[in-house]
Design a protein. Sequence first.
Length: 591
Amino acid sequence: MTVTTAPPPLFAALDRWTREQPAATAVSAADGTLTYAGLTARTAGIATALAAAGTGPETPVGLLLGRSRDSVPALLAVWSLGATAVPLDPAHPVERLGHVLRDAGAEVLLADGAPAGLALPGLRTLAPADCGPSASAVLAVTAPAPESCAYLIYTSGTTGRPKGVEVTYRGLDTFLGALAGLGLPAGGLGLNAVSPAFDGWLWCTLLYLVHGQGVALADLSLPGLRAAAAAGREALPAGLRTASLTPSLLAAHGAGLGAAEVVVVAGEACPAALAERFADGRRLLNVYGPTEVTIAATWADSERGDDVTAIGRPLPGYRAYVLDDALRPVAAGEEGELYLGGPAVARGYRGRPGLTAARFLPDPFQGGGARMYRTGDLVVRRPNGELEYRGRRDDQVKVRGHRVELGEVERVAAELPEVVAAACCPLPGGQALGLGVLAAPGADPRTLAARVTEHCRGLLPEAAVPGTVRVLDRLPTLATGKADRAALAAELAAPVQPGSAAGTARERQVMAVWAEVLGRDVPGPAADFFALGGHSLAAARAVAELRRATGLRVTLGELLAQPTVAALAAALDRLAAAPEAPAAGTAAEGA
């Protein structure tokens, strides 16, 4: 590896592991694997092609490679040139992808095949297949300017359009230095099941590479689960040593972790029962951090005796302040807003100077131009220094680990001329959103909910698409005139149970379970679980509830393959009629 100056932490780690264990697996994906030696050579080849296309420091490069084995060397190739990575998810709507690429000013797109309609003026597209391996396998690394932009991550925005967070190379190096201190064992595989467009994907990738583990790319979205079921394989790869998941995904898929030694939870509050279950015999870490402070900022570690239901203490190089409305520190045990400081604080929001000024403030405790980020999260600092998360003070929520601005969903829904007004809220359990809409005069309320759902699906990422949409006579409001989201959630979550005359006894049993899981009416035997707003986590829960209700070993694959009430009920009847049909035993272990 050739470096112009001292190697940045990531490439120093890559060089070390390539020398010490060249044949060890560095990347494992559905389309193949790369050893550490292969990863270095592949990175060099892609970097050479990018450089020939004019890529240099701060050149925005779109990465639309999904969970392929080339997704990791492509990211490293961009960083080896000091350029700016713009991670994208092929599962996102084309309009959203186009907006991100235009807003980022992307000049090059690395893609296995850009979706139809994504052609943008001045955007050059390179296929990794056309970027041959480096003949010399020598990776030349440019040491970037510390304040230049390493990557752009687009998060939900209140305007209805995602906003780009500019993270610097200084922030990236600070984060990587903190990662190295976590002390994971080298070798084996670490699970990365996060969408490639979010910085959780970077967390999983970098955590494992820094420690000499292999990045095992998996897809736990609905298409990914369906593909695994169709191929007759497990959704999670075998032989995992480390796994990083949201608590929701851990609850649904934890049985597939096998003998994994380390489990990391992030993205959502970790329930005590879940922490107790997965900390038994393992090291459990609870990691917290907004995109605006370079991926992660605090951590709790069972190995050092932390309460892993809390978000712990700052990572090395990070600062955490708990402040009141006047930016004064509050006493231990008092609730305040969390502000985060240190060199990992991002540069700001791309092209949004007003929003940047409102969220990125001068750090009054450091001076010298230091800044801190206002998270909007309410926390309590315990007497022992641990931070306990208490919730949000604005309309941003987490849905299955993804940040969603409720205002963005409302504005997208209100774009339809048939919608007069819309109000969005998280449904109980936090795994899906609910949306209430008022119909415009002349609109057909019988079809409007489906229209709104499809419109949202075409513009928003999966987690932001409301699972329940209802046309209401009125939207509940507070005395201030603002939406009463708590009242709306209660109204939308009240299931309408199917009538006793609907379908067979088995179909009524399935419909009752679905109504409970989805929190909405299940109209009849022809109803489709996923058309009603079901997602991968809801499917896992539905399977677990059906096992309890029927005593049969119904599998997730059966629901994915037979998603209507009638088809799934028939499958259950066949299971019941099979000789010596095994009992389901306890709840959700295999869901």
